[in-house]
Every structure is written in structure tokens, then in C-alpha cells.
Design a protein around this ligand. Structure first.
Ligand code: CA
Length: 222
């Protein structure tokens, strides 16, 4: 697994490279946005760890460019900025996960393992977390191996959450997945679908991230 590390803080970059290599990742380090974009095109990394505060370009602009070049490339962003706004913008801009500085190295490694696992399982039609299995081929949702009835939009909502387990899905991102452009969407629509789904799923399966959106914990529930 080949990671591109984009970080201009030399001391942090050294520590990250050491930890990532110790974990068995091979690491290519660059310290500016321009080199990051070049490197994604030439070195074809499996994943990217992207600092948003770069000397030459806004990290979000780099993210956008990476997404244009390689749509499915997993990107974890590092942000030093306070507040949820950057995180929301980053997640909406196509980041798969984020960490705020300062962070624990173990936390970063755990998040990267999740991204790596998702890479290796993304070809199967069944997604399972805990007691819940979603089959993207048959559009069936099972809890404890019993099929449950749900609407098309509930299915799409759960699919978006389960495909991105461990990542927060913002309300805006979910709305855009469930509704076409220009469709009228009431402000509490996602909440209503979530509350219907929760009645059919194990307690705590869908977690609310206050002020941001929803997530499914990627840790086994039992
Ligand atoms: Ca920086």
C-alpha cells in the first residue's frame, strides 16, 4: 500500500513517514500542492494524506484537482483550522476522512487501515457492519439475516452511509445523493428518513454527528 504524504511541516512529515513505514506502508513525501498533483499522476499512490495548509496552494484546491484526476482515490485531510466548517467543506469536496491537528499517531494509523480495508473490499456487492447487511446488487437490507422493508430513499440513504462507514456524511452530501438537482427538499427530509431507518436497525447503528451529519461506526458492533 503506497501512501502519498503531502505535508509542509518538516518535523511532522518526518514523524509521519516513520510511523507509516513502521506500519508497513510505503511513503512518498511532498511538501507542496503542485508536487502533490504531479505525484498523484506519476506515482499512482493508493491513498493520500493531505495537509490543508500548504505554502503554494489551498489544500482544498489540491483536493479538488486530485478528485478530478482520480475519482476514487482515498484522501484523508489534515486540518489545523478550528471549527467544523473546514471539515464539512473538505468532506463535501471529496475527502474520505479528516483529522484535526494535533492528532494522535495511532488515530491516524487506525483511520488509514479503515481506508485500506475499504479499498480491498469495494468489489463485493454485500456490505456488512455488525448485524446489518446491505446488498447493492439485489437492493436488499437484512438485519440479523432477516430482510427488512424500506423505501427506495431509505435504501439509498443507508447505502451512502454504509459505503462510507467510519466517515461522516453531511446532510448536504446525503441530500444530493437522494434527490436530483432542482428537486424540492424540505429542510428536515434527511432527519425524517434517518428516523424511519433507525426504527428498523439496531440501536446506535446510525450515529448523529451534531451540526455536521451522520455516520456509521466502522468498529464491529458486536
Ligand atoms: Ca501546513
Amino acid at each position: 500500500m503506497n501512501i502519498l504524504l503531502v505535508e509542509d511541516d518538516a518535523a511532522l512529515a518526518r514523524a509521519l513517514q516513520k510511523a507509516l513505514r513502521h506500519e508497513g506502508f510505503s511513503v512518498n513525501h511532498v511538501d507542496c500542492g503542485r508536487d502533490a498533483i504531479d505525484s498523484v499522476a506519476s506515482a499512482l499512490p493508493d491513498m493520500v494524506v493531505l495537509d490543508l495548509g500548504l505554502p503554494d496552494m489551498d489544500g482544498l484546491a489540491v483536493l479538488k484537482q486530485l478528485r478530478n484526476d482520480r475519482q476514487t482515490l482515498p484522501v484523508l485531510i489534515l486540518t489545523a483550522r478550528e471549527g467544523v466548517n473546514d471539515k464539512v467543506v473538505g468532506l463535501d469536496g471529496g475527502a474520505d476522512d479528516y483529522l484535526s491537528k494535533p492528532f494522535e499517531m495511532d488515530e491516524l494509523l487506525a483511520r488509514l487501515r479503515v481506508l485500506a480495508r475499504r479499498l480491498s473490499t469495494s468489489t463485493s456487492s454485500e456490505i456488512t457492519y455488525g448485524a446489518v447487511t446491505l446488498d447493492t446488487a439485489s437492493h436488499e437490507i437484512c438485519v440479523d439475516e432477516h430482510s427488512i422493508a424500506c423505501s427506495r430513499r431509505e435504501y439509498m440513504l443507508l447505502k451512502a452511509l454504509m459505503e462510507n462507514a467510519g466517515r461522516i456524511q453531511t446532510r448536504e452530501a446525503l441530500e444530493s445523493k437522494l434527490y436530483g438537482w432542482g428537486e424540492e427538499v424540505a429542510s428536515n427530509t434527511i432527519e425524517v428518513h434517518i428516523s424511519h431507518l433507525r426504527k428498523k436497525l439496531p440501536d446506535g447503528f446510525i450515529q448523529t454527528v451534531r451540526g455536521v451529519g451522520y455516520t456509521i461506526n466502522n468498529k464491529p458492533l458486536r
